[in-house]
Design a protein around this ligand. Sequence first.
Ligand SMILES: Nc1ncnc2c1ncn2[C@@H]1O[C@H](COP(=O)(O)OP(=O)(O)OP(=O)(O)O)[C@@H](O)[C@H]1O
Length: 280
Amino acid sequence: MCEHPPSAAPGLPQYPGAERLVESVAGQALALRGLTKVFDGRTVVDHIDLDVPAGSFFGLVGPNGAGKTTTLSMVTGLLRPDGGRVVLAGVDVWADPVTAKTRMGVLPDGLRLFERLSGSELLSYIGRLRGIDAATVRSRAAELMAVLDLADAGTKLVADYSTGMRKKITLAAALLHSPPVLLLDEPLEAVDPVSARAIRTVLTRYTQAGGTVVFSSHVMALVENLCSHVAVMSRGRIVAAGVVAEVRGAAPSLEDAFLHLVGADDAGMGGLQWLGSSSG
Ligand SMILES: Nc1ncnc2c1ncn2[C@@H]1O[C@H](COP(=O)(O)OP(=O)(O)OP(=O)(O)O)[C@@H](O)[C@H]1O
């Protein structure tokens, strides 16, 4: 008789206590517990705990190299953690990655798209991969392309898209299956104000309808305007998290609070006295 407990699917590591963990974070769209990543002996994400309430617009901010992309990559199933757990929309991401991926829409860092497809073909391909019937894909794709101001770009090859258009078509692809959680790595970086407004409008509408957005950004004013919640990451750790007003505290702006939290508010302009002086 077999003495061993029932095993996970072949090839998948076991995650004991997955059900208990999922129960304990009910009500959170996303929960991280002890999430850790080590590269070449250096801990770049250091035992992170984080709760993202369902329906929140959640900004993840931090200086370059803080670990934001690494964290989002572990949340989206792209990068295997060295420790800790991720529960997204009631699913333990690394215990059941296939189900977890049906519940998320992702705009990853370093967009890789099918360059030789047109925008419409790309959405139709992604929609079919997601198992959505062709008529629904067509109507959702048309609506998304209209609100994102991409309607005229439907027949253009993705290879000829601008940066803003690439972000918008990827966002449309991430929304096509109407997931409960959207994870976006710097969705507004290098995007012009017109495209940025279209993206903001869609994201705001999505959260008003009950969806949860988690996005990383360096633009503090944007996070302060758009987000209900924020987490500040520094050197692989979460140094503050919660409702934006709480994290800002008594500081005049979120940016001031951020600079203080990451220890950059006293960065002096020592030296450089020669800069701009006409004496050469
Ligand atoms: N594949 C990798 N191999 C080794 N080190 C890596 C790898 N990916 C990231 N790192 C390192 O991990 C640290 C965190 O990087 P990460 O890209 O997660 O930061 P970030 O907060 O997203 O930064 P940015 O705001 O510049 O995008 C950095 O020091 C980076 O050099």
